[in-house]
Design a protein around this ligand. Sequence first.
Ligand code: 2HA
Ligand code: ZN
Length: 276
Amino acid sequence: MKDILESKFLKEFCLTADNMYRLGWDERNGGNISLLLKDDEVKECLDVNKVKRVIPLMGVHAVDFDITPLIGKCFLVTGTGKYFKNVLREPSVNLGVVRIREDGKSLDLLWGFEDGGRPTSEFPAHMMSHIARLSVDPENRVVMHCHPTYTLAMNFVHPLDEKLFAKDLWRMCTECVVVFPDGIGVLPWMLCGTTEIGKATAEKMKEYRLVVWAMHGIYGAGKDLDETFGLIETVEKAAQIYMLTFDKPQCNTITDEAMKQLVDLFGVKVKDGYLD
Ligand code: 2HA
Ligand code: ZN
């Protein structure tokens, strides 16, 4: 059997977490990632009949959402309280592979969390987001949460209106409208780690691949780690330019007309009603 540490998915996961840390998106234990694994990826490097430990689905609260669509699925996920800074150096402590059990209330640990750890406190939000994304895009495999600096900064100085937020980001870099033409969902400040924020995020995820948690961070979803990372990276770049320019006299902008030309050129469908 292949060593999981040599598998492409684990290596990419570790490098992604490391990049996120280096970019300053994941201070301390901030942020979390979950990757839905393909059956053959799992079988190639793990004995699926060997369960190391059974972990309750919820850390503190009772299970109050329906995880049925994900029963039997395996996820590679970051651990609660773990630091992105350490993922690359010590993956088997900071990450785990878990499979959703038949009862919908617990997880089989197949690998990792070697110090007795468990999945991120945002596991419910991740699972609900996977269910929501998979209902609109069967290819979706990644949910990623982090605290990118400029995106957060922008939450303090920009209205949290979804259309205004997306359009101001689109105006900051030419390719933004092409990278996230569906816009960006925005949630008000809410208590994290709860089923409520999980449900609200998942509701937005039916419509958007990006959801801002105001004054906290961002959620991204996509078919692989690169795509999801790239979405958040693009938003963060735009937010940086916004923060560098918003309070200065403005003399140039990217117009709606220019953005229309871009979406036509790249053949993407832009959110209805966003471009005049
Ligand atoms: O897991 O980022 O939102 C740490 C967090 C919680
Ligand atoms: Zn967070």
